[in-house]
Write a protein that binds this ligand. Sequence first.
Ligand code: UGB
Length: 593
Amino acid sequence: QQNLSLLSPQQIELAKMLVEMGQSHVFEKWTEPGVDDDEKRAFFDQMARLNASYPGGLMSYIQTARQLLADSKAGKNPFDGFTPSVPSGEVLTFGDDNFVQFENIGVREARNAAFVLVAGGLGERLGYNGIKVALPAESTSGTCFLQHYIESILALQDVSGEHQGEIPLVIMTSDDTHSHTVELLESNGYFGMKSTQVKLLKQEKVACLDDNDARFSVDPHNKYRIQTKPHGHGDVHSLLYSSGLLKEWHEAGLRWVLFFQDTNGLLFKAIPAALGVSASKQYHVNSLAVPRKAKEAIGGIAKLTHADGRTMVINVEYNQLDPLLRATGYPDGDVNCETGYSPFPGNINQLIFELGPYIEELTKTGGSIKEFVNPKYKDSSKSAFKSSTRLECMMQDYPKTLPPSARVGFTVLDTWLAYAPVKNNPEDAAKVPKGNPYHSATSGEMAIYRANSLILRKAGVKVEDPVNQVFNGQEVEVWPLITWKPKWALTFADIKRKVSGSCSISQKSAMVIKGRNIFLEDLSLDGALVIDAVEETEVKVGGSVQNKGWMIENVDYKDVSAPEEVRIRGFRINRVEHLEKTYSEPGKFTLKG
Ligand code: UGB
């Protein structure tokens, strides 16, 4: 009964489709024709966007939702007929010959790679008010995650000084993160990357559903809008496909696409070796993994074998692994084995795909990924929801549609080397069961110092043992505060080239290395040292550097006088005394403490 002349033929089609698909309630409270016309037009704009951004359009969204909601109501197990077992993959140990060999291959392969950062998530668990990629990964240099990622990619691009073209970076954003991400990049000159090298792809949200018939939820604040929520990181595949970038990369001769998440300050220490594994084993899909504590909130990688003989190696989300195990002959569910870890490696959701087979698959699927729905029911009749729900999808579910011939593998790396995300707020982190990782801003930062200390130890530096300290209710190891720019060292071989003689670093020390050609030789550090040099300059740092150094001071997360970035990690660095040297002239220099 609305004034149809207001609508374009496409909008009339959309309206008809909505009515036919059982959505006439969305028009129920509309005013008479001629009133609120702008709002009504805006409603159709929203519908057109939702229709265009979902593979197959809204009709397909509603049909899939009905099916998945019916399965959920019936308690259908998404893994029905499948039995899990522990898959075999490549297990690496940092610094051994195997690891070094893979790093060597991987670091050379990186120039054939494109990187894709999924950063559309709001990070509700962390509760930080800004975007997560803008958070400092560590406080010695204040480098934020996005800067660290970009500098790591640039360092990979420059390996051995051969400028072999640019490594593309795609960032998937959402309405929640897009404008802040653009602002962060633009106000920092893209952190040294060319602006044309970075592409942003914004994911759209999907319609929320009120009931098992998949009726759209009308926004309680505006009767001319449908409520929407994020669809999950799985959107990255259809967005990449429809952007045309995959084809462009393929034509440019690229071979790998690496997907990674927003807040893992260790990731790039694992990338070269994992990429080396992909190249050597010719994996179409390679998931990076770490040993996983049973019930830890990361997915487990499992081999699933169907009664009909089909098998796949796939991530099983943490909330599904325990019930699946219980239903298939493991009455204790997800428990640690004699190693103290779950036998299923933990998915850290850093994925390496071979581009050719990836394009081939997406040409068939358009990039749509198997979805799931997770309604919170009011009662056991499962006929009504506590709040609206929506379909979701995960990027690691990509292998679910692959044929059995696809080479799907994984690479397990030491947790201390590869994985320290910042996901949990201080209060929740403090409640994490003892022995399980906090995944907080506190633990994320301390993990960087620990990894750098352990890497230097492995290269022969005597790094003193850490002390235990409590920040925001979380007990962590405090190692010397050691950081370096990715261009200083990407691989263990780089570290070994840059460190020689007899070096030692005391626990209360801090060391920040910013320049590329800085060599530590017979250095004994007991204090704080910050050193930078321009590209053409070589600096040998040695002797005994001793000063009062930097102190770590506790900050309570409830102390609103401190900036949020500081509060959530529970400490700040008080720079009492340090030796800071910047070499801005070309040449060879020696710094003797
Ligand atoms: N993200 C998006 O870009 N868009 C979205 O709509 C949602 C998220 P979370 P999650 O590493 O510990 C994943 O929320 O989804 C981005 C794996 O599924 O941090 O709970 C977001 O910005 C799980 O198997 O994680 O769990 C972020 O960069 C396990 O590996 C990324 O997606 C777990 O991560 C992940 O989003 C983990």
